[in-house]
Design a binder for this molecule. Structure first.
Ligand SMILES: N[C@@H](CCC[C@H](N)C(=O)O)C(=O)O
Length: 283
């Protein structure tokens, strides 16, 4: 049996077990990740963030990184609660940056975090952290089905895959039973997708999300970016293909509120991140 250090943090209720591994000497198996994320028998979290040096990740990784990561000292090695890996986690990046600051592993008001989807720059803005998430990439339209119903949706990549379904009213979103995973088209999403159900119009929408590898969560940072991009395009009316519908959008999720700004080049996500506990745990 080994004992490891952990911390626990969240961003708008999307919670993470944080495991520092400064020399990348203790990789975690998928079973260990799902044990740590288990809310009854482990610590509990929607996901897990291993904190490892970017240089160590680059040495060990057998796949070429999506982008040059050498400008960021620390790599966010992100896992979903079921032990699967995802390319990106928006709330996770804010929590990761908050952890680096509190541990004295980063300083100043701009922090770079290496992720599987490239380097993300985080700016500290009082209690909020503002992440440059990169642009949304729109894919085809598709649909999500659940309990015999189907909703049209827009495929969006924020580094990780999303399907955003715009429903008629907030009551419809509130009434959804998200205890089981919505079914998505495997031809469009061969590795699954995070499914966002939204109501309202930009600049203020409501969202619930079923996350791939997790289940329903209180918030999803990449999901709010995808949802805001879709809502802004929806309210912009017909626009030139290839043109981005820019603007700001408030996204209310069960765990709080995130503020999203879509520019022609990128998407900025602003919201809180807190570290709430730390300790040791037996594996
Ligand atoms: N909670 C996240 C997204 C985490 C990854 C996702 N479940 C996936 O598999 O892509 C966020 O805040 O973005």
């Amino acid at each position: 049996m080994t004992t490891i250090e952990f911390a626990k943090g969240h961003g708008t209720g999307n919670d993470f077990v944080i495991v520092p591994d400064h020399d990348n000497s203790r990789p975690l198996t998928p079973d260990e990740v799902s044990f740590l994320c288990n809310r009854r028998t482990g610590i509990g979290g929607d996901g897990l963030l291993r904190v490892i040096p970017t240089a160590a990740y680059l040495e060990d990784s057998d796949t070429a990184p999506a982008a040059d990561l050498t400008g960021a000292k620390w790599f966010m090695d992100y896992y979903n609660a079921d032990g699967s890996v995802s390319e990106m986690c928006g709330n996770g990046v804010r929590v990761f940056a908050r952890y680096l600051l509190e541990q004295g592993m980063a300083s100043g008001d701009h922090i770079k975090v290496a992720t599987r989807a490239g380097i993300k720059e985080v700016r500290i803005d009082g209690d909020n952290l503002v992440v440059d998430m990169g642009p949304a990439e729109f894919g085809p339209t598709s649909q999500a089905s659940l309990e015999g119903y189907a909703w049209p949706g827009q495929a969006v990549s924020m580094g990780n895959p999303h399907l955003v379904c715009h429903l008629g009213s907030q009551a419809e979103v509130d009434d959804l039973n998200l205890h089981t995973a919505p079914i998505v088209d495997k031809r469009i999403f061969p590795h699954g997708a995070n499914v966002e159900f939204i109501a309202g119009e930009a600049p203020h929408i409501h969202m619930r999300v079923f996350e791939r590898g997790v289940g329903e969560t209180a918030s999803c940072g990449t999901g709010t970016c995808a949802a805001a991009a879709v809502a802004l395009r929806h309210s912009a009316g017909p626009i030139e293909p290839g043109t981005v519908a820019t603007g700001s959008c408030r996204v209310d999720v069960p765990g709080g509120t995130l503020h999203i700004t879509v520019t022609a080049e990128t998407i900025l996500m602003s919201g809180p991140a807190l570290i709430v506990a730390s300790g040791t745990v037996r594996l």
